[in-house]
Design a binder for this molecule. Structure first.
Ligand code: ZN
Length: 238
């Protein structure tokens, strides 16, 4: 199977850039169509600003990041802090995100990542990629063909995560950095709220995964191991 279309779903704007931005940039360089989706628009990730206003700013930042690599950006519009994989309406929204993107491979959070929205998005995406292929699960979009493999992105700070596969992002690292730089509101928020320099944090994660596989910078992934999700070939770039 040739990878022609890829979908990455993060819980909040900036998650994808931190955890798999370099891999998405490499796919684009190889001519693969890439959709970057966020389950929420992250409208609670700030202070002193109305949630609607913050949501609009963050959607713009995410769209600008996607534009850096010529990817599509979609916000599923689910509530920040309230992603719920058992909510039928939320699953329906995610089914449509999957059906519109028609991906050959899907990226999302690891089920054990630190934030409730990350774990919930992981489960929601897994379930939605299955439902999207079921024709009698009716929506505005036609059913997809087959159930796509799902790759889990690293956890934040890599805690409890041992990659099964790596992508060398050394030469494309400046693009990843530039994508994350677009999230100015979050860089400010993390600095003021958590005392974290987000760009440095992301660079250290990339160098650490790089050390593990013998390159300057890398991103690591694991797979969802389940029947109908397996494939005999590498789906990642390189
Ligand atoms: Zn997040």
């Amino acid at each position: 199977m040739t990878v022609r279309r890829v979908l990455a779903v993060g819980a909040h704007p900036d998650d994808i850039e931190i955890l798999c931005g370099g891999t998405m940039a490499r796919y684009r360089r190889e001519g693969v169509e890439v959709t970057l989706a966020t389950a929420t628009d992250g409208n609670r990730g700030g202070m002193g600003v109305a949630p609607e206003e913050l949501g609009a700013v963050r959607r713009k930042e995410a769209a600008a990041s996607a534009e850096e690599i010529g990817a599509h950006y979609v916000s599923a519009g689910l509530p920040d802090g309230g992603v719920n994989p058992t909510d039928e309406a939320m699953r329906q929204v995610m089914v449509d995100v999957v059906r519109e993107a028609r991906p050959d491979v899907v990226f999302t959070h690891h089920p054990d990542d630190y934030h409730a929205d990350h774990a919930a998005t992981s489960k929601l995406v897994l379930d939605a990629t299955f439902s999207a292929s079921v024709p009698l699960h009716v929506s505005d979009e036609p059913a997809t063909t087959g159930i796509p493999p799902v790759l889990f992105m690293d956890t934040l700070a890599g805690i409890g995560f041992l990659p099964e596969e790596y992508v060398d992002i050394s030469d494309i690292f400046p693009v990843k950095r530039s994508m994350l730089s677009r999230h100015a509101s979050q860089i400010r928020w993390m600095r003021e709220h958590d005392g974290i320099e987000l760009l440095d944090f992301m660079e250290v994660m990339g160098r650490f995964r790089g050390i593990q596989c013998g390159v300057a910078h890398a991103e690591g992934f694991t797979s969802r191991h389940a029947w109908l999700r397996q494939t005999p070939r590498r789906l990642l770039p390189g």
